[in-house]
Design a protein around this ligand. Structure first.
Ligand code: 2AL
Length: 176
């Protein structure tokens, strides 16, 4: 989809298509709708990022809580989440690896009051396991910020699946 098509969408169509770019947080695309017309993919990304940054800590933690724990049964996940966890190889883990991951995720959630969030597409099962081992003993404020940075990475990749980078103004000139 290109940016002029995005800018021509009705609010309802926009929410249908962009509603889950931040997991189960349709209020975010609903809020940035106010900033149309968008200049391109990076403009939408920046508006989402600024909106998230403007939230109080409780709002940021709320966004993290909308994310499922990694490696939960697929029935409880959104389509986006299933695809991302599959891309990271999480669906291929054996039952011992899965049990360890779930145990660490539960410990993390208990310690911080929000789930461990990481951009699965940018990681492998090994790097997710290492990050979880390290982050489970971190500090709450630092983990809130790290989690939010991961949410932004997930969002960026989801946006790129909807809006190709060629939707950027000037992108066609680069091809000449
Ligand atoms: C997720 C998710 O749903 N997609 C992804 O990349 N990471 N969840 C999580 N808890 O990290």
């Amino acid at each position: 989809m290109d940016i002029s098509t995005v800018n021509a969408l009705t609010y309802e169509e926009f929410l249908d298509i962009f509603g889950n770019v931040v997991e189960k947080c349709p209020i975010i695309p609903a809020a940035i709708w106010s900033y149309r017309p968008f200049k391109g993919l990076t403009d939408i990304e920046a508006q989402i990022s600024d909106f998230i940054d403007s939230l109080p800590d409780s709002g940021k933690e709320g966004i993290l809580r909308c994310h499922p724990d990694l490696s939960l049964p697929a029935v409880s996940l959104t389509r986006d989440s299933v695809d991302e966890q599959r891309a990271a190889g999480l669906v291929r883990m054996d039952s011992g690896e899965r049990a360890l991951l779930l145990r660490l995720c539960a410990r993390y959630r208990q310690r911080f009051g929000f789930p461990f969030v990481i951009c699965a597409r940018a990681n492998s099962t090994e790097s997710i396991g290492r990050a979880l081992q390290e982050r489970v003993s971190g500090e709450r404020a630092q983990e809130r910020e790290r989690g939010i940075e991961e949410v932004k990475k997930i969002c960026s990749l989801r946006l790129r699946q909807i809006l190709q980078p060629s939707a950027e103004p000037g992108a066609s000139a680069n091809k000449l």
